[in-house]
Design a protein around this ligand. Structure first.
Ligand SMILES: Cc1cc2nc3c(=O)[nH]c(=O)nc-3n(C[C@H](O)[C@H](O)[C@H](O)COP(=O)(O)OP(=O)(O)OC[C@H]3O[C@@H](n4cnc5c(N)ncnc54)[C@H](O)[C@@H]3O)c2cc1C
Length: 495
């Protein structure tokens, strides 16, 4: 192999080195954009959990694969942020919970251990300027203690939503009997008609914003029902509670060493099949093969997996053009607006105050928080979500101003000890060029019923993966893994 080209490839590959991987290397001299052409059965675009899982399964079945990842790291919406004290904290996807079987199985395979999210002590409700710590082991579970009428109304709404969700097939929500009726209204419209007590509306607003990082006015009711249905597995129907809860819910468990361990270890098993710093710009079909052109590397492949959220998939140029419905789908599914702010302290001091670090609030930049301390609690970390309108308001604000606003909230929720963290990290997903928001690309009204079938339907030899294509745990790490497994099966059946 040309030595210069070998160096270039090794610079771009995850582990360095250009050890043989079963992928043929051909092409012109190094140093130009088209310097290296790699041939493979399958080119995978995107080295998040979805793309990496697809690659793992394809490689296991004997196929040659190249994964092209735009960033200088794998994991996409899952990333560990380094802390000044040498620790790490999750900047994106973090928690897993019951029925999220596929991410758990993957982590187990890779030897990434889990531990329970800290959930001992009282939650804090901050509403109408009043701070109320409340126990979560009573009859109401973790439901914030609003007035009785609001609690009753919220419980009825939850039961209605769960029931309606049972009528939405997770593999084709657009076929639900009431799909059109439910898809022509926002979740806000439905809430306004059914949440007759203001505090019940507050509870559902908070639940919605914390699940989607989007406000009820932005989401189709059908999509919300689909998402609830999706929060389960083949033997456990999804529920709203499973989406929102810590105990027995999607926030129940964390990964030792941070969630990023999972994609990093998975990528390591793929060696230099994974090429970093390789944003894909175009996918062209010619003579029965796809030419996938990324910065500095081109892959010639029989099939392509695009494992990106729909709005990012549409930033790639396709020749021939994608079918109109697929392109219009990706024009219509925006990312939520989200950031995470983590303040680090010498100790998780709120624990000694009888608090579990979880807050529900109706005001401030941060309206929900978690205790993000490591398993051994060798230091304390408070993680706050900045979501939807609040995130949009802070997208362009200097980081030190965001920090000041966040710490003001933390002091309101946890007292003066929160004022002076030893360090502070901020991850604003809206400003990330290869995510542009999170946690998920969602569907406003009219999208699922008009364009839903285009989500997963392959376009010739281009197959679509990513958490947004998953039936179960759509929007979550588990959904990303499921989508990778599904797309690999799809391709193996075809090749
Ligand atoms: C703040 C936040 C909190 C979250 N919390 C949780 C949680 O607690 N639990 C949970 O299960 N999930 C959570 N999620 C969601 C979870 O992170 C995602 O569902 C999951 O990581 C999506 O994986 P993916 O592989 O489908 O997509 P991604 O992770 O987005 O992967 C796509 C990859 O493609 C790359 N890419 C983009 N464009 C190109 C291009 N043109 N060429 C090549 N590569 C490209 C990206 O860099 C990225 O690596 C959260 C997400 C965020 C942002």
């Amino acid at each position: 192999m040309n030595v210069a080209r070998e160096r270039q490839l090794s610079r771009r590959s995850l582990l360095g080195g250009a050890a043989a991987t079963g992928v043929a290397l051909t092409g012109a001299a190094a140093g130009t954009a088209s310097a290296a052409t790699r041939e493979a059965d399958v080119a995978v675009v995107g080295g998040g959990l979805a793309g990496l899982t697809a690659a793992r399964d394809l490689v296991a079945a004997g196929k040659t694969v190249v994964v092209l990842e735009a960033r200088d790291r794998v994991g996409g919406r899952v990333v560990n942020l380094k802390l000044a004290n040498g620790g790490v904290t999750e900047g994106g996807g973090e928690f897993i919970g019951p029925t999220q079987d596929r991410i758990k199985a993957l982590a187990d395979d890779l030897g990434v251990a889990t531990f329970a999210t800290y959930n001992t002590g009282k939650n804090v409700l901050y509403k109408d300027g009043k701070r109320t710590p409340y126990a979560t082991d009573g009859l109401l579970g973790s439901v914030p203690p609003v007035d009785l009428a609001g609690l009753a109304n919220a419980a009825a709404l939850q039961a209605m939503l769960d029931d309606m969700a049972t009528k939405v097939p997770v593999d084709a929500p657009w076929t639900a009997e009431k799909a059109v009726e439910w898809d022509q209204q926002t979740f806000e419209t439905w809430l306004k008609a059914n949440a007759i007590i203001p505090s019940a509306k507050f509870l559902l607003d908070v639940a919605c914003t914390s699940v989607f990082s989007a406000k009820p006015r932005e989401l189709s009711l059908l999509y919300v029902l689909f998402y609830i249905a999706s929060a389960g597995n083949a033997s456990n129907p999804g529920t709203l509670e499973r989406l929102t809860e810590t105990a027995n819910g999607a926030q129940e468990t964390r990964f030792v060493g941070g969630s990023h361990q999972v994609p990093v270890k998975l990528a390591a098993t793929l060696g230099d099949r994974v090429v970093l710093n390789a944003p894909v710009r175009s996918i062209t079909l010619s003579g029965g093969r796809y030419t996938v052109t990324a910065d500095g590397v081109t892959v010639s492949a029989r099939r392509v997996v695009v494992a990106l959220p729909p709005p990012l998939a549409s930033r790639i140029s396709y020749d021939p053009l994608l079918p109109a419905d697929r392109d219009q789908l990706s024009q219509r599914m925006p990312m939520g607006s989200v950031g995470k702010a983590v303040a680090v302290y010498d100790t998780p001091f709120w624990r000694a105050d009888g608090l579990n670090g979880q807050v529900v609030s109706d005001t401030g930049a941060v309206r929900s928080t978690f205790d993000n301390s490591p398993q051994d609690a060798s230091y304390g970390a408070l993680m706050g979500f900045i979501e939807a309108d609040e995130m949009r308001a802070f997208d362009s604000v200097p980081a030190d101003e965001v920090k000041a606003a966040v710490l003001k909230d933390y002091v309101t929720y946890f007292g003066d000890k929160a004022k002076s963290p030893t360090s502070f990290v901020l991850q604003r997903w809206d400003n990330e060029g290869f995510s542009r928001g999170g946690p998920v690309a969602y569907a406003p009204p009219g999208v699922l019923t008009q364009y839903g079938p285009a989500l997963r339907r392959p376009t010739g030899g281009i197959h679509w993966a990513g958490t947004e294509t998953s039936t179960y745990w759509n929007g979550y790490m588990d959904g990303a893994v499921r989508s990778g497994e599904r797309v690999a099966k799809e391709i193996l059946a075809a090749l």
